[in-house]
Write a protein that binds this ligand. Structure first.
Ligand code: ATP
Length: 456
């Protein structure tokens, strides 16, 4: 990848122009921290989810996938500790009222906020003499809870407080007993979930990196406590495999051991996978050993026994858990940044996404050499229909000259373009052009099908 080329502006503009990612509620001026996905965005995300599911669920024999409700009981979040501690320190501009994350303001001033109380952070900010980005004084800070409350029920008086889930993980913990009762799995086993999560982030920013509605791909892997190290290493390796298979640039991916004072209090070990995003090196995914904290807390708050009985040893205990937690939106961002390039091909500068064919939203483009020759058009349509039986993402383009058609596909990462010409009518062969090299060869339909199959 050409890191210089993958600037924030270039990625945002390509994503919008070609229909990957739009600002949420765009025609009303946009709603901060929300995004809408166009056809290419949807297809790209589906592919990223499919590969995650392959790596984390389908290639294993010990995984149970669930899909829990987005709206969850308020007790869930009391038990998990979110209502009490899922907060960020907020500081605002005294004049404009604009809000900022106080810890991020301090970090930008080279002050490490880790372990500081709200008052200590405030004292450090005052001592630094820093002003807001608008040049004004800051107001005294407060803590701000990130959970989105919703009121459920028909009338305001009887409405019950519930929350949009702040992470998919809790949907897994509250279904632990359901899976045990329905399937009687033996330890170790895991539960997996892909789905939306909501956080009322104080300052959503950096494109899809920090949004208020996002998607997570999470596993809770239940183990006997003495086996945690092996399970941790196993999932760490699975995360590396996933990064490789979706085409994240491995030398821009860094595994960072999180120090005790920076970890959640219940976590015995946390490794953050950081990526060199256009706006800096930041957390892409997290891997944590959460001990038995979640199941124990839910047992305590729900009064439902969430322990596990081991038939072989006759022991009853609360399993411990390893949690690989991946954000789909940050994954998509890292994949696009890794794939983006501006290079020269045949004397022209082009924008190209070097996406892994399995990740690419469009697998192939088929076009007739000339759009005013009915025989060519009919043959090209026939070829496209045959390819669509293998995978639906086969584009059609008969506009402008062939070179322009190729450029349009390069920009969205389509691995191959197939052109039907007069020779195709004679001998059935066609030209296939490869995205990264621009190389063109004549092949049979069977050979085109082979390539397509490898991209599915
Ligand atoms: P950060 O420190 O950046 O706020 P976090 O440590 O709170 O992230 P986790 O609670 O560990 O994040 O969430 C797991 C994963 O979910 C993250 O690694 C990230 O990929 C994703 N994620 C978390 N918050 C957001 C967000 N606001 N927007 C997009 N993705 C997010």
């Amino acid at each position: 990848m050409n890191r210089q080329a993958a600037s924030m502006e270039a990625l945002v503009s390509l994503a919008k122009r070609r229909g990957f990612i739009f600002q949420g509620s765009d025609i009303y001026g946009g709603l901060a921290g929300t995004f809408d996905y166009g056809p290419l965005g949807v297809a790209l995300r589906e592919n990223l989810k499919k590969i995650w599911k392959d790596v984390s669920v389908n290639r294993r024999d010990d995984m149970y996938e669930i899909d829990a409700s987005l709206i969850m009981h308020s007790k869930v979040w009391e038990a998990s500790g979110h209502t009490e501690t899922f907060t960020d320190p907020l500081v605002s501009d005294k004049e404009t009222g604009e809000r900022y994350r106080l810890d991020h303001v301090l970090e930008a001033l080279d002050i490490d906020p880790v372990g500081m109380t709200l008052d200590q952070m405030w004292d450090a900010l005052v001592a630094s003499g820093a002003k807001s980005p608008n040049g004004n004084e800051y107001a005294y800070p407060m803590t701000f809870n990130l959970l989105f409350p919703v009121s459920m029920g028909a009338s305001e008086t009887s409405a019950a407080l519930a929350y949009l889930r702040g992470e998919t993980a809790q949907g897994i913990f509250v279904n632990f007993k359901n899976i045990i009762d329905a399937y009687h799995p033996k330890l170790p086993f895991g539960m997996a979930q892909i789905g939306k999560a909501f956080r009322n982030e104080i300052a959503p920013r950096e494109f899809v990196f920090r949004s208020r509605e996002f998607e997570q791909m999470e596993v809770e892997y239940f183990i006997r406590p003495e086996n945690w190290e092996a399970a941790f290493a196993d999932w760490q390796e699975a995360m590396r495999t996933y990064a490789q298979e979706v085409g994240i640039e491995m030398k821009a991916l860094h595994e960072k051991e999180i120090e005790k004072e920076d970890r959640a209090h219940y976590s015995k070990r946390t490794v953050d996978f950081e990526f060199e995003f256009p706006a800096g090196t930041k957390e892409l995914w997290g891997l944590a050993y959460r001990t038995d904290y979640d199941l124990s807390r839910h047992s305590e708050y729900s009064k439902v026994d969430l322990s596990y009985f081991d038939d072989a040893t006759g022991e009853r205990f609360v399993p411990h858990v390893i949690e690989p937690s991946l954000g789909l939106d940050r994954t998509m961002f890292a994949v696009l940044a890794s794939a983006y390039d501006e290079d020269e091909l045949g004397g022209d500068t082009r924008v190209v996404l070097h996406l892994n064919p399995k990740v690419a939203p469009v697998k192939m483009m088929v076009s007739p050499l000339l759009k005013n020759k009915p025989d060519l058009v009919a043959k090209a349509k026939e070829v496209r229909a045959a390819l669509k039986k293998i995978h639906p993402a086969i584009a059609w383009d008969d506009n402008g000259n062939i070179g322009k058609r190729y450029r349009r596909q390069d920009e969205i990462g389509t691995p191959w373009c197939v052109t039907i010409d007069f020779d195709t009518l004679e001998d059935g062969t066609m030209t296939i052009r490869e995205r990264d090299t621009g190389e063109q060869v004549r092949v049979s339909l069977d050979e085109v099908v082979e390539r397509l199959k490898a991209a599915v």
